[in-house]
Design a protein around this ligand. Structure first.
Ligand SMILES: CC(C)(COP(=O)(O)OP(=O)(O)OC[C@H]1O[C@@H](n2cnc3c(N)ncnc32)[C@H](O)[C@@H]1OP(=O)(O)O)[C@@H](O)C(=O)NCCC(=O)NCCS
Length: 157
């Protein structure tokens, strides 16, 4: 598996994987265009399987806003989960954040997203804030799920 910086040519495959990873609220092609257009402040990374025609199997994005870098998104092909790929992509974001001079990473995750919470907490993120009922679900926003804001300190190179 190789992780490399994303480019315009990855956009269609990223949007296709996004639709499978976030069926309820997937980013559109236009959102990805807008995100990539904000480089170098935004930086996106893709994991490609070189044994399978350079198939795109994961991606992650970062906002480099100065002292704190924000994880914009991270996703792994459902068929490739649980094999360390999410961790690999997250480490790339940490390296990139530290290289850009950030002292900490922050992100937001749904409280009911157990795999993502595991991924983050095992890599040093701690919950610093809860937004009660932040995610409205179902018809008319009947059900609500908390958002957890997590933070990890970085070691600058
Ligand atoms: C979150 C996600 C990126 C993790 O990707 P992954 O490649 O499976 O991650 P890893 O294999 O590196 O596993 C990360 C950790 O989570 C744990 N984990 C994996 N799947 C899990 C599951 N179903 N339930 C609980 N923990 C799980 C693993 O034990 C692992 O811990 P370790 O690194 O100490 O072994 C992936 O599940 C995904 O794409 N989910 C849908 C999109 C999403 O929710 N993104 C996050 C938005 S905030």
């Amino acid at each position: 598996m190789r992780v490399r910086e994303a480019g315009w040519r990855d956009l269609a495959a990223m949007a296709e994987l996004e639709a499978r990873c976030f069926p309820a609220d997937a980013w559109t092609d236009a959102t990805f265009w807008s995100e990539l257009a904000q480089r170098p402040r935004r930086t996106y990374w893709v994991a490609v399987d070189e044994t399978d025609g350079s198939r795109l199997v994961g991606y992650a994005g970062l906002d480099l806003a100065g002292e704190v870098a924000d994880v914009m998104t991270i996703a792994v092909d459902p068929a490739r989960r649980g094999a360390g790929l999410g961790g690999q992509l997250l480490e790339v974001l940490h390296e990139e954040g530290a290289r850009a001079g950030a002292g900490a990473m922050m992100l937001e995750v749904r409280a009911d997203n157990e795999p993502a919470r595991q991924l983050y907490s095992r890599r040093g993120y701690a919950v610093v804030h809860t937004r009660p009922g932040y995610y409205r679900l179902g018809p008319g926003g009947a059900a609500a799920v908390d958002a957890l804001v997590m933070r990890k300190e970085l070691v600058r190179p």
